[in-house]
Write a protein that binds this ligand. Structure first.
Ligand SMILES: Cc1ncc(C[n+]2csc(CCOP(=O)(O)OP(=O)(O)O)c2C)c(N)n1
Ligand SMILES: [Mg+2]
Length: 585
């Protein structure tokens, strides 16, 4: 009992550490590089306390406002927890994803007492973090609450993922009682060292207030115009940093004004409306939408807004792009044709200014229209024939509308979902920069919580699902009605196509059985196993008909080698890049 009381006092006094974004990881050392012009190329303490196990100094342990800054003590019942709860609502958070622990329990009391804030208890911290990530993608901000160290370190992978995709996720981690700092006391949930500084370091805030430098902006626009006006067949490509730059509309404004064809990088799918009359698909080298790479790579000027050319998106560094032909626009910087770079220029301002002045040039789009041919006849399975992945996605395509959103997990789902044509207003999310398998389960939970009116359609491989499956429970508990397509191909197929070995085979689970066990008769959940096209049609009919208000889990059984053509192509190139001989020391 004493222990419990002590713990509750600790929790009452815990000052949560908040880190809207984890601080930047140390930047890679700047090794001199050989000058290269190919984009995405290879080169490129208080006094020591000697009393063993002595209770904390009880004279200073009392109520929350004893330990809160003076700004909070003006009102006798103000607490840091209450303040946090209000601020969360004010910034747009109505649901916090949490796992309770003795360092955050009292904080949770404050959060649940706040009108407009709901606590969504998750099965583990990793999923709580992924859920906050999914929530932030639609709401602009998401939040999770976890306990000290055991929770904080578990959630870290999700926070790193959100950081890598520039998503504002607020992670509140219960911390030790302020009386314990610098005392050399050893607390539970630590690795047995009296050093709490790791999480403190993570709590340092990164506040950057930015405005474009007017002269820099004008100079950047002038240099870009001079370059683009000379071009014969320029194109535009949207990258993932369009989101953090809040420049999606400005990108379309420019597209409307200039008449260039517009493509997106795979990591930016969903950020640019695909119904735009000049939209030509996803650009990622040899695995692009048909006729898209041909137009982009043959252009004499390409404007990339917010690109990230990592190894995966550059398809093992095989893009045929030249820096001298590129305008690269980053959130606060513009580089023109590998020449002048203009700092302190915000992407949104730059695109808006350029839209006002750019000359219209539809040559590349007309070329695209001339060379592209319509897609072939739709595929059909023979009666009872094992279901093929191509057919599965043909049916998923028909489910998409303004009222749906697609969540694509790492794996072959990346490639299959990439080919879906998004109707107006249909959401699309994937985690292509960080690519941590299991992300989609938490992200589906968070996304659906953020936009209850949309039906989330999640495409998740069996290997990924095994990482984070538990939080289907939280979806059911919160009456969510997402549709999960669990693609059971018996293993890590994407890895198979890069480099195969026995480690890519996983234990087969009875996935519908697992979800039924989680469901356990409480809440609305419906499951079905599907082996052929007829069963798939039936499953989709039920999921979108009589079970439309239900969490629907459809396990699709596919052949281990049934992959998208794009994965095969991408896998060979990723493999070639991975198997380069080591650099001699
Ligand atoms: C946390 C984490 N661990 C390991 C990996 C490496 N990895 C990438 S994809 C993948 C397999 C995914 O398999 P599955 O979800 O079944 O998708 P499939 O390719 O079969 O469609 C693995 C293990 C990773 N990306 N993230
Ligand atoms: Mg698999």
């Amino acid at each position: 009992m004493t222990l419990l009381q002590d713990i509750s006092v600790f929790a009452a006094q815990s000052i949560p550490f908040i880190f809207p974004r984890v601080p930047p990881f140390s930047s890679p050392s700047k090794t001199p590089l050989i000058m290269d012009t190919i984009i995405g190329s290879l080169e490129s303490c208080k006094p020591f306390d000697s009393d063993v196990g002595r209770p904390p100094n009880t004279s200073t342990v009392s109520t929350v406002h004893d330990s809160t800054p003076s700004t909070f003590s003006a009102c006798p019942d103000s607490t840091l927890g209450r303040h946090l709860a209000r601020r969360l609502v004010q910034v747009g958070v109505n649901d916090v994803f949490s796992v309770p622990g003795d360092f955050n329990l009292t904080l949770l009391d404050h959060l649940i007492a706040e009108p407009g804030l709901s606590n969504i208890g998750c099965c583990n911290e990793l999923n709580a973090g992924y859920a906050a990530d999914g929530y932030a993608r639609v709401r602009g901000v998401g939040a999770c609450v976890v306990t000290f160290t055991v929770g904080g370190l578990s959630v870290l992978n999700a926070i790193a993922g959100a950081y890598s995709e520039n998503l504002p996720v607020i992670c509140i981690v219960g911390g030790p009682n302020t009386n314990d700092f610098g005392t050399n006391r050893i607390l539970h949930h630590t690795i047995g060292l009296p050093d709490f500084s790791q999480e403190l370091q993570c709590s340092s805030l990164l506040l950057v207030f930015r405005l474009s430098n007017k002269l820099g902006l004008q100079a950047a626009v002038k240099a870009t115009m001079a370059f683009l006006d000379k071009a014969v067949k320029p194109v535009m490509v949207g990258g993932p940093k369009l989101r953090v730059s809040k420049a999606r509309e400005a990108f379309i404004e420019l597209a409307d004004a200039c008449g260039y064809p517009i493509a997106v990088m795979p990591s930016a799918k969903g950020l640019v409306a695909e119904q735009h009359p000049h939209f030509i698909g996803t650009y990622w080298g040899v695995v692009s939408t048909p006729f898209c790479a041909e137009i982009v790579e043959s252009a004499d000027a390409y404007l990339f807004a917010g690109p990230v050319f990592n190894d995966c998106i550059s398809v093992g560094y095989s893009l045929l792009l030249k820096k001298e032909k590129a305008i690269i626009i980053q959130p606060d910087r513009v580089v023109v044709a590998n020449g002048p770079a203009f700092g302190c220029v915000l992407m949104k301002d730059f695109l808006e200014e350029l839209a006002k002045k750019v000359k219209r040039n539809t040559t590349a789009f007309e070329n695209y229209r001339r060379i592209s041919v319509p897609e072939g006849t739709p595929l059909k399975c023979e009666p009872g024939e094992p279901l093929r992945v191509n057919i599965l996605f043909q049916h998923i395509q028909k489910m998409l509308s303004h009222d749906t959103a697609v969540i694509a997990e790492t794996g072959d789902s990346w490639f299959n979902c990439q080919k879906l044509k998004l109707p107006e207003g249909c959401g699309y999310e994937s985690q292509m920069q960080y690519g941590s398998i299991g992300w989609s389960v938490g992200a589906t939970l968070g996304y659906a919580q953020a936009v209850p009116d949309k039906r989330v359609i999640a495409c998740i491989g069996d290997g990924s699902f095994q990482v984070t499956a538990q939080d289907v429970s939280t979806m059911i508990r919160n009456n969510q009605k997402s549709i999960i397509f669990l693609i059971n191909n018996g293993g890590y197929t994407i890895e198979v196509e890069i480099h195969d070995g026995p480690y890519n085979v996983i234990k087969n689970w009875n996935y519908t059985g697992l979800v039924e066990a989680i469901h356990n008769g409480e809440g609305n959940c419906w499951t079905m196993k599907v082996r052929c096209e007829e069963e798939l049609i039936e499953a989709i009919k039920i999921a979108t008909g009589e079970k439309k208000d239900c969490l629907c889990f459809i396990e699709v059984i596919c052949h281990r080698d049934d992959t998208s053509k794009e994965l095969l192509e991408w896998g060979s190139r990723a493999s070639a890049a991975n198997s380069r001989p080591p650099v001699p020391l």
